[in-house]
Each structure stands twice: as C-alpha cells, then as structure tokens.
Write a protein that binds this ligand. Structure first.
Ligand SMILES: NC(=O)CC[C@H](N)C(=O)O
Length: 246
C-alpha cells in the first residue's frame, strides 16, 4: 500500500500542487496517492503529509472553520505532528502569529513559532519573480544549485522568530528535537518594512539589509513565501517528498 498526501482544496494552486507532487513522486519512484482535502475524514487519510496552498489566508481560515476543519488541522500539525508544507497563504496559516491582518483578525493553524508579515511586498501588481540559489536544494558536493524561479504574489515574509533559531546545514546547531526554527532561505536586499528588526525587537532575525526570511522549517512543518507549484521546476516538491518519505 502506498502513502497518501493531501492538498487542502478550498482555493489557490490546488491542481498545480497535485500535479507537481505526482511528477515529483514519479521522478523519485515513490508510490504515493495525492488527494484533495476538504473534510476531516480526508485529512485523516493523509498519513504522509499535507500541502496548504497559496490563495488568501483569510478565506482559507474561514473555509476551514466553516467545514469544521480548523481544529482537525491544528491536531494534524501540532498533536499528530504529521508533515505539512504551506506556500504563501499556507505559510501564513501555519504561523503562530501574523501581522498586517484584517481588523477582525484571522484564525491560524500555527505550528511555526514565527510571526509573518502579510502582503510584505505590496499589492498584486507588485508581484515579482526572482531566481534564488536555495542552499537546501544543493547536494553535499555542490557549492551552488541551479537558480530556482521563485514567484512572489502578495507574499508574506517571516519578520519575527518567537523562539531561538538554528542555521540550516549547521551540524552543531541541528535541533535535537523538533523545537527549533531553521531558516532555509533569505531573499537578499529587501528589508524596508521589517519594522521588528529596525526596532531591535527580541527574536527578530533580519537586521536592516540582511534580507527577508522566505523559507523555513520547524520539525515537520515547512513553509515557503513563494509558489513553487506555479513553475515547472519540481525540485522543492522532490525535496519535500524526500524529507517526509525517508
Ligand atoms: N499568494 C498568496 O497566497 C497571497 C497570500 C495573501 N497575501 C494572504 O494574506 O493570504
């Protein structure tokens, strides 16, 4: 019997994530079934992991609440500690705190001990694509990896860590248990609205000029600010499958 991976299917890049996951599984010769998740029974069947796509986090939150899925999602991430990957709005949902939220606030799933800043780069028409050299995609003998085309659409960044951090690939700092946040990628040179850092707030990690955190992991919870499912490059999907299936 193969394993099952779900994609939360209220809105956003659901089909795109499912297609990329299937391609990645085929290229790794892994036997996985990829399903859409809209109910707690479907969520329960996802023994290997769940993807929460981008879209609009306020809508995702409301839809999850209305379908009675918010508590099961929290249980899946925090109590059962199953692997989860959130992209963009999905990253917002997986954060413990969010800033620049709507007046009435929004309910989050949590799991990542960070605060995200919503719509960090501005509006839809300020969306952009940039090439990233993602260290976590490199194999041990590579000093750089082929550029990854990263699409940022009303994207959030992590502007505050609520717990101490470790640096990815730093053996000394590798967390002994699932508690530490690992920063996996920083977008260089964009820092203007990082008020937490400018104010020298405890736990903030992007001092002026150091860039913004756009990919991170804490235990089995992985988040990216950008949208790997919207490009043809499936390396991050492959990497995630390798993490969760090994
Ligand atoms: N592309 C996206 O997922 C955008 C996220 C959106 N800014 C939100 O708050 O949910």
């Amino acid at each position: 019997m193969g394993l099952t991976i779900g994609v939360l299917a209220f809105q956003g890049g659901v089909i795109e994530h499912m297609t990329a996951l299937k391609k990645a599984a085929a290229s790794l010769q892994k036997n996985v079934t990829v399903i859409e998740v809209r109910s707690s029974a479907e969520l329960e069947s996802c023994d290997a992991g769940l993807v929460i796509p981008g879209g609009e986090s306020t809508h995702l939150s409301r839809a999850a609440r209305e379908c009675g899925l918010l508590e099961p999602l929290r249980d899946y991430v925090k109590a059962k500690k199953r692997p989860v990957w959130g992209t963009c709005a999905g990253l917002i949902m997986l954060s413990e705190e969010a800033s620049a939220v709507k007046q009435d606030g929004q309910e989050l799933i949590g799991g990542l001990d960070v605060r995200v800043h919503r719509n960090h780069f501005g509006r839809q028409n300020e969306s952009f694509m940039t090439n990233l050299d993602l260290e976590f995609l490199r194999s041990s003998n590579e000093s750089s990896s082929p550029p990854f085309p990263a699409m940022f659409i009303r994207a959030p960044v992590v502007d505050k860590l609520l717990l101490p951090t470790t640096k990815a690939h730093d053996a000394e700092a590798t967390p002994k248990e699932d508690a530490a946040v690992e920063v996996l990628a920083i977008l260089p040179g964009r820092h203007a609205s990082n008020k937490a850092a400018a104010a020298g707030e405890l736990g903030s990690v992007s001092p002026e000029g150091a860039g913004d955190i756009i990919a991170l992991r804490q235990g089995k919870v992985f988040g990216t600010s950008f949208h790997p499912e919207l490009t043809d490059d499936i390396r991050i999907h492959e990497w995630w499958l390798q993490q969760i299936l090994s």
